[in-house]
Design a protein around this ligand. Structure first.
Ligand code: SF4
Length: 147
């Protein structure tokens, strides 16, 4: 019975993944593009993706920004609060390589030094279409995760 319930929960998560957005210290350019994705113009909700405010409800963590030393601990706390199985998407050059903040004194990133990253969306900032494609890849990856 528990196995059946777990399978049902995982099926629902794949059909309507909830995302949590975290800006780890960037210029906000990527955040604006992500906001455009969840607005009616690009409407990522048509794929079932819904933005949430709590890590305890989120399936996908979307991170932009280079991960400053100040934000590192908060980001790890948020990641640890998310239920398994979870997916991490890095949006923009900053979390991927440090971008324009590379080698700055206050940078703890890139993101994959801090936590496992499943999908990378390059660009500075990436266009909404690229972000949506990254989210669809994340959903595809969720389907391959263990139930
Ligand atoms: S990748 Fe570019 S647009 Fe995005 S947060 Fe970094 S500097 Fe800003």
């Amino acid at each position: 019975m528990v196995g059946l319930f777990r399978r049902l929960v995982n099926y629902c998560r794949k059909k309507s993944p909830w995302i949590l957005h975290f800006n780890s210290g960037g210029c906000n350019g990527c955040s604006i593009e992500l906001l455009s994705c969840i607005s009616p113009r690009n409407d990522v909700e048509r794929f079932g993706v819904l933005a949430k405010g709590s890590p305890r409800h989120a399936d996908i963590l979307v991170v932009d920004g280079p991960v400053t030393k100040k934000m590192r601990k908060r980001l790890i706390n948020i990641y640890q609060q998310m239920p398994e199985p979870k997916i991490v998407v890095a949006i923009g050059s900053c979390p991927i390589s440090g971008g324009i903040y590379q080698k700055c004194y206050n940078i703890a990133g890139p993101l994959d030094k801090i936590m496992p990253v499943d999908v990378y969306v390059p660009g500075c900032p990436p266009r909404p279409e690229a972000i949506i494609q990254g989210l669809l890849k994340a959903i595809e990856k969720m389907e391959t995760l263990k139930e």
